[in-house]
Design a binder for this molecule. Structure first.
Ligand SMILES: *Cc1c(COP(=O)(O)O)cnc(C)c1O
Length: 454
């Protein structure tokens, strides 16, 4: 704890004494003390030391419309006064959840008109697992239980979410994955493509799905789940050949396809959903994050009409959460979607800021540390390497963490996934703010390179 500010020190002491932070090394956090974020506006955060920081990660990929929109606060306050809570369990409903379900059906891909609401993305994927198995049981095929997922995918942190995800460091804690979930290779050419071209590797990675279906037996496979673009895994943009080949395989076998849209949904790619961007036609889509721009927790599962028709024949679905479709969250989500729509934020990303960010980011390709710059929409990744030609990393140097720390100290939040730097700024970022982001990123790459050489 190095701060001279007594208020910061007091908050850090509270953290020390009472708080267990998610995805953190508790002991290390005690020694260093957390940075205390106190306010935010637009794409900027302020910490308790008075530093202004450009949030290149939109919080955790979620603050689509930017910080500080009073309309969302007003929607929450109004709904809290009118009906702060009621459940949806016993043949009741309330206006905000119904209006939100309709608003989501209006923007979702054609034929996806029903939504099951949850409190988070993880709960959305738990719901998916149970709904997929229930669906096949109703159809008289109860053996179709296995869900195929991908290594290094991220689907949340509940027991089912972490099992569906392919993060080995999560599996190691708590005996995961649970039975009935299997993983195939990810389409991460830069790290795993070897001597193949990206196009060859994309086909190879997609073919792993067919091999796994045949290995497990199609009569035992219920669904395949994937993020259109892996986010937490390192903003992994699949080679162009990947999704077309996956679609061919899915068309061949009778299994459900679930697109985890928790990051890609609500405009991140410059389309409403990643499934629109890649023309994926999923049977279910998990949503959260951008649904409320993170102003309040909410997630859900959007379900295709044909699947709902089967579920309608199945009697009770014995699943739900106290906060499923929470009225205050629903009112905030509705207002968030209204703003995205009325202010044409996604159209603006598509036509203006995404192309601008992508071209400006790629200027960093000339930097000696940079092995690849890739991105789609307002998602970007920068691979840090020792040797550009061979894609060789700086082994064991923690280059990503070094770079992330320089970023923090220079007023930019850029996340490190191993030695991959990633960004996902709010969708409302302007071109001038993109210039600032790229300039700061270059400065921090320079500082990182000097640190490695020093
Ligand atoms: C964040 C995330 C989740 C989990 O959402 P939570 O709200 O943290 O439970 C699931 N899937 C993807 C793709 C995510 O990025």
């Amino acid at each position: 704890m190095t701060s001279n500010n007594p208020q910061t020190r007091e908050w850090q002491a509270l953290s020390n004494d009472h708080h267990l932070a998610p995805f953190s090394d508790f002991k290390q956090l005690k020694e260093k003390g957390p940075r205390i974020i106190t306010s935010a506006k637009g794409v900027y955060l302020w910490d308790s030391e008075g530093n202004k920081i450009l949030d290149g990660m939109a919080g955790l990929w979620c603050v689509a419309i930017g910080y500080g929109r009073d309309e969302l606060a007003d929607a929450a306050s109004k709904q809290m006064r009118e009906l702060p809570y009621y459940n949806l369990f016993f043949q009741t409903a309330h206006p905000p959840v119904l209006e939100l379900a309709k608003a989501i059906a209006d923007i979702a891909p054609e034929g996806m008109n029903h939504v099951f609401f949850t409190g988070s993305g993880s709960e959305g994927n738990d719901t998916m697992l149970r709904m997929v198995r229930h669906y096949w049981a109703i159809k008289g095929q109860p053996n179709k239980k296995v869900i195929i997922s991908r290594k290094n995918g991220y689907h949340g942190s509940t027991v089912a979410g972490a099992s569906l995800g392919g993060m080995t460091y999560m599996h190691e804690q708590g005996d995961l994955p649970i039975p009935g979930i299997v993983h195939i290779a990810q389409p991460y050419w830069f790290a795993e493509g070897g001597d193949m071209t990206p196009e060859e590797f994309g086909v190879w990675a997609a073919n792993q799905l067919e091999e796994k279906i045949l290995e497990v037996g199609v009569d035992n496979v219920g669904a395949f789940i994937a993020e259109p673009i892996q986010g937490a895994g390192g903003v992994i943009i699949p080679p162009e050949t990947y999704w077309p080949r996956i679609k061919e395989i899915l068309a061949k076998y009778d299994i459900l396809f679930v697109a985890d849209e928790v990051i890609c949904g609500f405009g991140r790619t410059g389309e409403w959903f990643g499934s629109d961007f890649y023309d994926l036609k999923p049977d279910m889509m998990t949503i959260a994050k951008g649904l409320t721009s993170g102003y309040i927790p909410m997630g859900g599962l959007i379900v295709r009409d044909e699947v709902v028709a089967v579920l309608n024949e199945g009697g009770d679905f014995n699943h739900g959460f106290t906060y499923s479709g929470h009225p205050v969250a629903a009112a905030v989500a509705l207002e968030n979607i209204r703003i995205l729509r009325d202010e044409k934020i996604i159209e603006h990303v598509h036509a203006e800021t995404a192309p601008y960010l992508q071209s400006r980011l790629r200027e960093l390709n000339d930097h000696p540390l940079v092995g690849e710059v890739r991105g789609v929409g307002l998602l970007g990744a920068i691979e840090l390497v020792q040797d550009k030609a061979t894609r060789k990393r700086y082994e064991g140097r923690g280059v990503g963490m070094i770079c992330r720390t320089f970023c923090f100290d220079n007023g930019l939040i850029m996340r490190a996934v191993g030695d991959t730097m990633i960004i996902a700024p709010p969708l409302v970022i302007t071109k001038a703010e993109i210039d600032e982001l790229v300039a700061k990123a270059r400065k921090c790459l320079d500082l990182t390179l000097s640190a490695l050489q020093g």
